[in-house]
Structures are given as C-alpha cells and as structure tokens.
Design a protein around this ligand. Sequence first.
Ligand code: G3H
Ligand code: 13P
Ligand code: ZN
Length: 338
Amino acid sequence: MLVSMRQLLDEAAQGGYGVGAFNVNNMEQIQAIMEAARETQSPAIVQASRGARSYSQDRFLYHLMLAAAELYPEIPLVLHLDHGNSVETCKSAIGLGFTSVMMDGSLLPDGKTPSSFEYNVEATRKVVEMAHAQGVTVEGEIGVLGGIEDGHGAGLDGLSHVTDPDQAVEFVEKTGVDALAIAIGTSHGAYKFAKKPTGEVLKMDVLIEIHKKLPKTHLVMHGSSSVPKDLQDLINQYGGQLKPTFGVPVEEIQLGIRNGVRKINVDTDNRLAITGAIRKVFAEKPEKFDPRDYLKPAREAMQKVVAQRMTQFGQAGHAGDYQPIPIEEMAKLYAAGK
Ligand code: G3H
Ligand code: 13P
Ligand code: ZN
C-alpha cells in the first residue's frame, strides 16, 4: 500500500529523525531504494520529477511502485511528485495515484522564473485544498534554490533567494502545507560549492531560525546530495570529466535534522553511483553488451548509497514502528481538522 507522506514525516518528527527522498526514473532505481529500505528497515519516499514522469510515461512508474508496495509490504512507502510546476501538474499526479505532491510555486510554471509571494500562496493553497480532500500530502517551497539542471531552476546562485523566516511563517499560515522546502544556499546537481561549505554559503543559521518560528512544520532540504569524492573519482578514473566540486556534508544535514528537517532530497549522489558503476564495467569489460552486466552493478551501487543515507538520516530501523494509515482515512482526518 502506498501511504501518505504526512504520516511518515509526523512519525519522523516524533522519533527525531529525517527521511531521505530519492528520485527515480526507472525500475532499477526503484529496486535499489526498496532493497536499501529492506536492508536498513526504513520507511521510504520515492519521488518522480516532471522529467521522470515524461521519461517513464508515468503509468509505467506508477505500476512499478505498486509492485514495490506488493513486494515489500513491511516498508511504509510514499510516491511523491517532486517540483510540481503548476496546479494542473499536481492534479494529474493525484489523479494517477501519487500519495504526496510538491507544488513548487517559488517559480512560475516555466520552472525558471522566480514568482511573487502572492502567486506562490495562491497556487499552493489551491493544491492543498485539492490534495487534502483526497488525503494526499502537500510540500510547498518558499525561497528559490540555486542552479539550473535539466531545465529546472532559476539559474541563480544559491544565495540570491534565501528563504525569509517571517515570510515562511506567513506562507505556512496562508497555505496549510504539510511540509516546507526552504532555500538555504543549496542547489540541484553536482556543482553546489567550490569548497567544503561554511556558514557563508550554507545558511544553517537561517534554517534554525525558521525552525524556531515554525517548530511544528516539517522542513525539507532540497539539493542535499553530498557529492562524495570517491564517486567523483570513480567516474573520472573511467573516462568521466567531472570538475572538482563539493556537496552538502552529511553532518550539516544531521544538524538540520536536529532542527526540524524531516525530508531530505537526494538525486545526484545516486546518479553518480550509477554512472560510476556503468563506466567501470564499460572500461574493464569492453566485451560485454548485455545490459544486465552493467545495470546490476549500477543498481547495487545506488542501493549502497541509499542504505548509507537512510542510516545517516536516522530512518533506519523505523519501518515497523507504526501501522500505515490509508489515504482515504487521511482525507477524513484532514476534513476533521486533525
Ligand atoms: O529537482 C531535481 C531532481 O534532481 C530531478 O531532476 O528534473 O532532471 O528529473 P530531473
Ligand atoms: P541533488 O541534486 O542535490 O541530489 O538534489 C535533488 C533534489 O533536490 C530533488 O528535488
Ligand atoms: Zn529539489
């Protein structure tokens, strides 16, 4: 059964841990997450971007997720829309069976242009109304993340639109979101920081201030890959051309988790793990041409990263803590104002 993200995050808040949200586009990535969840006994959030939905003809992805729920019944499992760009996109995800959606109204529907506060409130509020009626969770975003990758993002540096804590409070009050993504200097993709980030570029102080003002709101950290050096090196060792770069150190994420962060978005680290494993096979065994010869090591490499993050974020061991609430029940709870 696919369950509500709200329940997973409420449980995480109670247990004082964070839950990784990992992006997928295909079967191997879903399998890697599910195996990591079983290995570490973790609840799991699987998320698909608009790009992933289009790449996979989203019904394929949805049915793979039903298979995951069937094959791993002990894992509380969420299917979440990452960076929904409009009310319509969120509506179609809910219609398909996603149990959680992100309405990213920090940008206009083009996915590039920073929007006004009023636009963001209005679009997000509409999605909350529509989603809660079905028991579906909503994540909103206030402030704009840095960078641009694959057509998403404003192309600005991470510090151009850091979240204003007072505006965050107003946004949560006006929209009723279940979870709030904030901008604290991170960006999507591999190229986040030129050196290990200090407080100058990674604004954990802003995150802490937001948590103090909104102690009950589940905070979300986007752009939270750590971009490990060993994965960069592996890719470059086998013909890749990554430039030196730094991600978000795990200890900073753990500081976030101690200060209200409940959902941590990770995509790039898994992309790096998959690509490194495939490059290695191609370089070391050039005679191979059966896709399973490189997709299996790729899947294993992603599983390793995901299991490590699940352990570092503290969700490991919590899969069996609670009975999943069906989303129809969640709809009733929302309607009753609970
Ligand atoms: O939001 C960024 C995620 O890494 C998803 O990326 O839009 O290329 O699928 P994507
Ligand atoms: P990374 O590019 O740091 O993995 O961030 C992913 C993300 O925020 C997806 O929404
Ligand atoms: Zn993101």
